[in-house]
Design a protein around this ligand. Sequence first.
Ligand SMILES: NC(=O)c1ccc[n+]([C@@H]2O[C@H](COP(=O)([O-])OP(=O)(O)OC[C@H]3O[C@@H](n4cnc5c(N)ncnc54)[C@H](OP(=O)(O)O)[C@@H]3O)[C@@H](O)[C@H]2O)c1
Length: 182
Amino acid sequence: MSLKVSVFISTSLDGYIARKNGELDWLDAANANVSDGEDFGFIQFMQSVDSIVMGRNTYEKVLSFGGWPYGTASVIVLSRTPIEFPDDPDHNVVSSAESLKDLCLRLENGGAKRLCVDGGITIQRFLADGLITDMTINVVPVVLGSGISLFGSVEKDITLKHVATKSFDVGFVQSTYNVKSV
Ligand SMILES: NC(=O)c1ccc[n+]([C@@H]2O[C@H](COP(=O)([O-])OP(=O)(O)OC[C@H]3O[C@@H](n4cnc5c(N)ncnc54)[C@H](OP(=O)(O)O)[C@@H]3O)[C@@H](O)[C@H]2O)c1
């Protein structure tokens, strides 16, 4: 497969993407100190992807913000239960319960070159299936002590190759890794 399957995510220093209850207040507080116009390369990253694949929990969290941040970009929500999407023709969103490999193959056969994968459980499942190619992790200088883990427990080591690390005045440290194929 030549498809790139990428992660671009923010974590606490101790590796959590949200509090246990899903709250992102710590991330909002950190982002409040970010200079106008600084997006840590997120917009460029999003422009490079053909579809965003997210877990149902992440989708529900995004909806709770009250807007739709993805414009007309293709969004695929993974869930084993049916989802009723808002009746808005501008939302290019569908659900899928395919196996992750089948999903990747289908999207690649449809012309996709790069996917963005979002959500803790979802990223962990893609990693377990050896499908993630690269990860950009923005580490926020806060320790939460508990929460929803980016990696959780793993059945076997995941070996990565460091590509680059960049630090920002606000204190975020962004590292990019390629995931070695399993
Ligand atoms: N810090 C950040 O940058 C960042 C980024 C993204 C998300 N978050 C936060 O992370 C939290 C959500 O993460 P999460 O780990 O709880 O969950 P998640 O990965 O967003 O969603 C998990 C759900 O997705 C569905 N799913 C995942 N893989 C599937 C598969 N292969 N086939 C079918 N369905 C599949 C299942 O839904 P069903 O149970 O319906 O089948 C599963 O329960 C939210 O609080 C969100 O705000 C933070």
